[in-house]
Design a protein around this ligand. Structure first.
Ligand code: SF4
Ligand code: SF4
Length: 129
């Protein structure tokens, strides 16, 4: 997360930051400007195959620490990582980096599947009571 305290104004000229600011997945405005640039959306014509929806899935994983469904995982995996969405995004979402972080999280922490299974079992158990 960006922090103004990381910036130094000791020297005249450009402020010195701690590195380029990378918005986190929760900062997507859902404006949809990226949609037309996405080849998987052009192919499938459904919202699940848009960068906006994939960033929502990534946000669940990385920001909200929520489990994702098998469908969400499938649509995330369908991304061809062309990064065309990055070039048009007004929020400068670093989609490629966020995607890589999500993949790492899914490998390191496959617990989302266990959480999903647990939720399903709970729903079924509650329905049967
Ligand atoms: S253009 Fe950027 S801010 Fe808008 S929906 Fe797409 S990723 Fe989110
Ligand atoms: S990187 Fe993925 S989400 Fe972004 S435009 Fe390419 S296929 Fe679509």
């Amino acid at each position: 997360m960006f922090d103004f305290m990381d910036m130094s104004y000791d020297e005249p000229g450009e402020p010195i930051g701690s590195g380029p600011y990378i918005p986190d997945a929760g900062e997507c405005m859902r404006c949809g400007i990226c949609i037309a640039s996405c080849p998987t959306f052009r192919l499938f014509q459904i919202d699940e195959e848009t960068p906006r929806r994939r960033i929502r899935t990534i946000s669940k994983l990385l920001v909200e620490n929520l489990p994702i469904s098998a469908d969400e995982r499938r649509h995330l995996d369908n991304c061809v990582q062309c990064r065309a969405c990055e070039t048009v995004c007004p929020s400068r979402m670093a989609y490629g980096q966020l995607f890589d972080q999500a993949q790492a999280e899914l490998k390191v922490n496959p617990g989302w599947l266990a959480k999903l299974a647990f939720k399903l079992i709970r729903v079924i158990a509650l329905k049967n009571t």
